[in-house]
Write a protein that binds this ligand. Structure first.
Ligand SMILES: Nc1ncnc2c1ncn2[C@@H]1O[C@H](COP(=O)(O)OP(=O)(O)OP(=O)(O)O)[C@@H](O)[C@H]1O
Length: 499
């Protein structure tokens, strides 16, 4: 923090910009402006300097001290290969955040800023991509301050006995494919999609931990490509040097199937076993299905097992034909035959989501005027509204008080409809709503009705949790790279499958 005289500004700004924070407050003649720097660089300092000349610079100072002591670390919520993640509270404003503490040391801020995770995340602004709020380097340790999410998809799956409803899987995957379409259009691909990297809060899903794999391959000592084997595309398994966003599509096919069955689709115990597991399900590739794959295999002296494979519909007996069709196209041997994320959003499996999505956009335009946010953001807010309503309803059921009910109703109307009014504007337009959208709105209306007519009572839940099922990893040990890493059952929960 400090007053800046214009002559010294250039120097000072350079100094500031290489500090560990992004946001700056600029005081210009009693008028405080906030400059948010995309990525600190000299270029930014020069352009800010230019804009300041015209607004009579008085002072430039840090909006936030770039120190970790502003955050109180509460609990470790995740431990990955590269960092441990903590739930933390910003002591200044009470905001709950996630703090990722990187395991490697970083000796300069420039080194941190060149990390692909930082570069790519700073450029991503999408409701289904986890937000990177700050980057702090303190005592050579790098911390990412991110928005906090309640859990990841793997944690949701491991406590389940009954498969998720297809509508839940559809909603989650629709959100992730939107994030992927956004990201792929901007020239980035994730390369490490897995249930642990898909974070959930209420009904909203966000992509996390992306861009890292690329950084790993380019920054020694992390020289080898690392991603979780069960979701690794065949071209990567066969060591292709030219792969693209189709690797994310493969991973999504495997994740979708796992969500629908609660079992990993290709649980290989080694790279060779991974290919065997794939062949068991989709059959081995041939000249028609993937000629480049045969060349890749030949180059590394690998022979595909001659297996015809079972039908995907047999593996996923309760899944709809649309779900099976989408997963089989995503899990095509040939990356060129996998649909792009934007195409997936048009698939029959997502017809319902698309109708709701369009309805929400239309409804918003009719009730509130032109859209100032993307329809996807609206959809996320809409879902958050519903999730919030059902959460409040459950809370009220558990510990009900008549005064609290009135308050809950008000909060719900405020957050969901933007009004305190007695009538829900969404309900006023329900005649134009497609069937599924109407069902959702009716769900909300039932919740609010129940809240309104609830009597004073208190309930406790006595349901007994069924035992946690184990997902089985395969046992074959062969590996054409001479490695083997069978996973002992106790290690299942962390699923470190990176060979
Ligand atoms: N923003 C967040 N909010 C809440 N939990 C998070 C958040 N980001 C990550 N986590 C949790 O921490 C775990 C590890 O985080 P992350 O994947 O970013 O670390 P990593 O070291 O890159 O892991 P990996 O071994 O997958 O490369 C995640 O699986 C998730 O459960």
């Amino acid at each position: 923090m400090g007053k800046v005289v214009f002559g010294a500004y250039h120097l000072q700004c350079k100094l500031f910009v290489s500090e560990e924070t992004f946001d700056w407050r600029v005081l210009a003649r009693g008028n405080t402006q906030l400059f948010s720097l995309g990525q600190p660089s000299l270029l930014h300092s020069v352009s800010i300097c230019h804009s300041l000349v015209s607004c009579h610079l008085l002072a430039v100072y840090h909006l936030r001290a770039p120190y970790l002591c502003r955050f109180k670390l509460i609990k470790e919520v995740g431990d990955g290969t590269f960092g441990s993640v903590w739930r933390a509270i910003n002591k200044q404003n009470g905001e709950v955040v996630a703090v990722k503490k990187m395991k490697r040391k970083y000796y300069s801020f420039e080194e941190c800023m060149s990390l692909r995770e930082v570069k790519s995340l700073r450029r991503m602004n999408h409701p289904n991509i986890v937000k990177l709020k700050e980057v702090i380097r303190e005592n050579d340790i790098l911390y990412f301050i991110m928005e906090y999410m309640e859990c990841n998809l793997y944690q949701l799956m491991k406590d389940r006995v009954k498969p998720f409803a297809e509508s839940d899987v559809r909603n989650w995957c629709f959100q992730i494919f939107q994030a992927l379409a956004y990201m792929h259009q901007r020239g980035y691909f994730h390369r490490d999609l897995k249930p642990e990297n898909l974070l959930v809060s209420k009904d909203v899903l966000k992509l996390a931990d992306f861009g890292l794999a690329r950084e790993i391959s380019s920054a020694p000592p992390y020289t080898e490509y690392v991603s979780t084997r069960w979701y690794r595309a065949p071209e990567v398994l066969l060591q292709s040097s030219a792969y693209d966003s189709a690797v994310d599509m493969w991973a999504m096919g495997a994740i979708m199937a796992e969500l629908l069955t609660l079992h990993p689709l290709f649980p290989g115990t080694s790279e060779a076993d991974e290919i065997l597991k794939i062949c068991n399900v989709i059959g081995c590739p041939d000249e028609q299905t993937w000629p480049q794959g045969l060349s890749l295999a030949e180059a590394m002296k690998y022979q595909f097992p001659q297996i015809r494979g079972s039908q995907l519909s047999e593996v996923m007996k309760s899944a709809s034909s649309e779900a099976v069709d989408l997963i089989s196209s995503l899990c095509s041997w040939d990356p060129c035959k996998r649909p792009k994320a934007a195409e997936v959003l048009q698939h029959a499996f997502f017809k319902v989501c698309k109708e709701n999505f369009n309805w929400i956009a239309r409804h918003h335009r009719r009730v509130h005027g032109p859209l100032r946010v993307t329809p996807n953001k609206l959809l996320v807010e809409y879902r958050q509204g519903i999730a919030q309503a059902s959460f409040l309803y459950k809370a009220a059921l558990r510990n009900f008080h008549p005064k609290a009910c009135g308050l809950i109703m008000k909060i719900f109307f405020l957050s969901f409809t933007g009004t305190t009014g007695n009538a829900n504007p969404i309900l006023r337009h329900s005649r134009s709503l497609p069937e599924t959208g109407r069902a959702t709105v009716q769900k909300v209306s039932t919740i609010t009705e129940k809240l309104a007519h609830m009597s004073v009572t208190s309930r406790t839940r006595t349901a007994v949790k069924p035992p946690v099922p184990l997902l089985k990893a395969g046992h074959l040990k062969s590996d054409f790279l001479g490695k083997s890493d069978e996973i002992p059952p106790a290690k299942r929960l962390t699923r470190k499958l990176v060979s």
